[in-house]
Design a protein around this ligand. Sequence first.
Ligand code: BES
Ligand code: ZN
Length: 966
Amino acid sequence: MGKGFFLSKPVGVICMILGAGALATIIALSVVYSQEKAKNDNQVLPTDGGTTTKAPATTAVPSNEPWDKYRLPKSLVPRWYNVTLWPRLLPDETGLYIFTGESTVEFECVVETDLILIHSNKLNHTNLARLTSVDSGVKAPSIKSSLPQIETQYLVLKLDGKLVKGHMYHLHTKFTGELADDLGGFYRSEYFEDGVKKVVATTQMQPTDARKAFPCFDEPAMKAVFHITLIHDIGTVALSNGKQQETSMLNLGKQNVQKTVFEPTEKMSTYLLAFIVSDFAHINNTVDEVLIRIFARKSAIDAGQGQYALNKTGPILKFFEGYYSSKYPLPKSDQIALPDFNAGAMENWGLITYRETALLYDESFSSNSNKERIATIIAHELAHMWFGNLVTLRWWNDLWLNEGFASYVEYLGADHAEPDWNIKDLIVLNDVHRVFAVDALASSHPLSSKEEDIQKPAQISELFDAISYSKGASVLRMLSDFLSERVFTQGLTSYLNTFAFGNAVYTDLWEHLQMAVDNNTDIKLPDTVNNIMNTWVLQMGFPVVTIDTKTGTVTQKHFLLDPDSTVTVESPFNYEWIVPIKWMKTEVHQTDIQWLQAKTDIVDKMKTTGPTDWVLANINVLGYYRVNYDKDNWDRLLAVLSTKHNSIPAINRAQLVDDAFNLARAKIIPTVMALKTTKYLNLERDYMPWKSALNNLDFFYLMFDRSEVYGPMQKYLMKQVSPLFNFYKTLTANWTKIPPGHLDQYNQQNAISMACRTGLEECTTLTKTLFKNWMDTGSQIHPNLRSTVYCNAIAAGGATEWEFAWSEFQKATIASEAEKLRSALSCTKQPWLLNRYLEYTLNSTLIRKQDATSTIVYIASNVAGQSLAWDFVRARWTYIFNEYGGGSFSFSNLINGVTKRFSSEYELQQLKQFKADNSEVGFGSGTLALDQSIERTISNIKWITENKQNVLSWFETEAKLNEPML
Ligand code: BES
Ligand code: ZN
């Protein structure tokens, strides 16, 4: 690193753009830029030159010229880039933060053309681009005109002659851009350290924002080698995908700065690039010659908050090397925690970026859930280093395979790092159940999209949804199970070897898995991998498999949460799937898989013989489907739950509850039958079934917490949860210890939060006391219990508790503590506090932009905050959409979050009105979520009408049963 101050290095190029004179130009340009930006910001309706984020999804493309198409023409292929960037961490005279840069790209002309289209978004090109030919024998044509195309985000260069097929050219550009706080492209993150404001320049390129940092062919198949140089203030640290190769000092006009050159990258996609300048500290170790470093704010590193991530990265990396049978392809693996970051983490190759809560751990502040998130998110991003980065899907329509795959194997990587946690089971709650809820709607969509249907950045962003992540993970887990992990990983390795440093489509993976199947004669499949998987990938939804144990009849049907909804999309398979069924009969596991390939089949083995025999299918929920049985078999399963629940695996106990509740929602079984699955809970101590029950009961709370059902429901649930509460009270010696098991720790949290939710006085006293002691004496609450205790105490308290928590939030030195408080602050019942808190969400000095939408959603989850949050979002939609529109997950979460309680005709009308009123502003990545919310509201209205009376009397009866005599 720092070799002192010298000017002997060739600094010509940099001095040319960044010399004293240039500085003045830059300032002038930044003024022009800010004016330009202001124009764009005010422009809500796109004209021909409207900005993409503000364009309604339906904007017609004005003409059919190549620059009006969102996809690059196939004429030019990049080889390498040489990019120099200089982010300014102090504002200019106009208060604007900017960066300057220059770039050379070498590309090959593969189809003769007189047009260069290169992506460039919100960049101000300060010089006319220069084109030269690499071969001395071929002369480059000159550039006739150079124009930005704002809608499609191109720099359009028209040439006065043709580029020659088979020849190489260099395109040289100089540009400036704003280092805005917009969390996309090259952006600015800020934090305070010892009262001093610090600025970090960092990037988030995926999916389409590399073009905001420098002009590039910004599509995943346009892989190239990147030579990156960063100019930065002396003493700051510059990071990028490659290792720092050399660093030198420069004098640029009045400024002494540092120049860091990075080793050239491997051949890679633009969306995986990262450039960061900060004054962060780091810790490091080396595992088998791979340098592993964790970067974060100095105070976080000094407090040891990077240590857990550092300890776990090596083992997880080694695990994936074994799993893929492929060495980690880079010499280093940096991971950095950023104060402002839109997603949870981003798999930039060699420089993974995280939000702070996803990487930093402190035993005295972080809960077991925080720790689990860190282990799984590291595993997820490291999994991408091969699957996604080494081999990249050709276009975004196959995103589901990239994200679904990482979302599946993250559990395997985290399990390797924390083998005692039983973390692999949790995929059932976190992914399978999560996505069943959306994939059961008629407005769902298939995993796979057509390449031509995914064009605009907003369409790409919309793909980052629960279907891609959680359904992708679920069907890949099912596939790995029926192939066996051995065969699955054989196919995977051959896929990775074949397409390394290149691109693939999802069927390439199927082909390599098929080859592995063909090489292993012990694997028997009813059809090809491709044909089996097509039924899961090309049609939306999933089946409910019904087993009649009297006759052995097994049937399948598309499962729709609302049976009256109409599916307008035709399926190539007529909504039939090739279903692998693992099952058991009265405690005996079947070793073979029963395949269901038709609408109906007779499986003699599934007939029950004795009067107490039962059949249970979808063992460990390895299959992506629900199961229904004949009434007798349901009754027997319920009887087993009440007498010997351990004869059914815990995952399946969770599944019986979830299936029953959802089958009831779909009117396949009576609601009362679903409620009956909760009767044995007074005996249940395992986490998974409890969590499944609580998730489903949550729906009852949402539907009934404003109605007369609420009282009896509370009384019944208090009765059910009390034994669990007492169990943990004893186990933890009156709440002074923490149970040893990871899942037991979760269930302790469930016990407290549910007991308090049902109003169990001992619980409310406990949380109030713990909180009061903390307020009065500073005595710390165990991190595992903080979220629950904070929330309940703030709900029970008033302004004093709220203000105390708010000041603790502002003082918090670790993001996971701030996160717990931020969520708990939404629990107050005081409307004025909730309204004020809503206002805070749009002031980024109080609530970071990255946290704004999730805070609104927290407030909407509170029965007292729901309508306030909805009014707030409706009143400010245009502003929220324009200011917070870049994020990929946030919009669908926001819309789902503020509408999830909707269950009346009046609310439905409001929702429709909201859709109509804002059709011009648009809903961006939340478009689909809005339609799903409308569908959900319609089905909620019907559900309440049909079920309220029954549910009320069931709770009334059950609440009275065994009531202690007074
Ligand atoms: N590639 C994504 C990050 C991302 C998401 C970038 C959306 C652009 C738009 C990354 O691999 C990811 O999936 N992150 C997840 C974490 C994971 C554990 C599910 C996230 O950010 O939540
Ligand atoms: Zn991912």
